[in-house]
Design a protein around this ligand. Structure first.
Ligand code: ADP
Ligand code: ADP
Length: 224
């Protein structure tokens, strides 16, 4: 990812809010980066733009060597489905679907055939250790199990990039550490991870911390 002088302004009636103010940052393939900063500094806006859920006004956003800032919704959705997995604070599982069905969903959207879907869903459920809960519904699982299911859904299509927004925000420290360990393993297997967090503890799992203030990068810490 290479983002240069990115600008995002929200306009509501007569008020303009500058959410990203000529923000620049680069994330290399295989990196694990944490984004931190006070409430309102632009973290969610940035993650939504990186995740191709929202677009920016001005600036450049290179993804895999391609300028995507002016891609239309359809091309962004296509790139998103193939390359990006999302993990949210509130898990965002579908309550009416079982664990297995939740994890299978991205593959259905991609048109993967039934035999391959079964192999891939089972492999990833084993990896996050909730295979024994495959036929349960999200509400029957603990918070940690729900987030592991959400991580499984995020990675079942082998994305190049995982975007995690406060992935441990609703978890106790034991379950939180398990989810951070899982993200670390996925990163070590080659997936790039960009995580927004308020937790200095979680940020230490990353290679680098990018700190934002008022829609700009104000500091970077390299961990090692
Ligand atoms: P953070 O995730 O760091 O809390 P956000 O990216 O949510 O920050 O917000 C950055 C700024 O943009 C804030 O001032 C926020 O109030 C504003 N903002 C975010 N979303 C909207 C929106 N949909 N409409 C108007 N203003 C918004
Ligand atoms: P935690 O202490 O991690 O929040 P819970 O107390 O919610 O966990 O759950 C403890 C165990 O009981 C977990 O393995 C969870 O999956 C299981 N469990 C909780 N509620 C239900 C339910 N309604 N049906 C089946 N299993 C459940």
């Amino acid at each position: 990812l290479k983002i240069t002088d990115l600008e995002k302004i929200y306009r509501t009636e007569d008020i303009e809010t500058v959410a990203l103010n000529k923000l620049s940052l680069e994330v290399k393939t295989g990196e694990f980066v944490a984004i931190m900063g006070p409430s309102g500094c632009g973290k969610s806006t940035l993650l939504n733009i990186i995740g191709m859920l929202d677009d920016a006004e001005k600036g450049s956003f290179m993804f895999n060597g391609e300028e995507i800032i002016h891609f239309n919704e359809r091309r962004r959705a296509d790139l998103r489905k193939r390359n990006i997995g999302f993990v949210f604070q509130s898990f965002n599982l579908i309550d009416e679907l079982t664990v297995y069905e939740n994890v299978e969903l991205p593959l259905l959207y991609l048109g993967v055939d039934a035999t391959e879907r079964k192999q891939r869903v089972e492999a990833v459920l084993e990896k996050v250790q909730i295979m024994h809960r495959r036929n349960h519904f999200p509400q029957q699982l603990s918070g940690g199990q729900q987030q592991r299911c959400a991580v499984a859904r995020a990675v079942v299509n082998n994305p190049k990039l995982i975007l995690a927004d406060e992935p441990t925000g609703n978890l106790d420290s034991t379950n939180g550490n398990e989810v951070m360990q899982l993200l670390t393993e996925l990163n070590e297997a080659g997936t790039t991870v960009v995580m927004v967090t308020h937790s200095e503890h979680d940020a230490r799992f990353a290679h680098r911390i990018i700190r934002l203030l008022d829609g700009k990068v104000v500091m970077e810490n390299i961990l090692g």
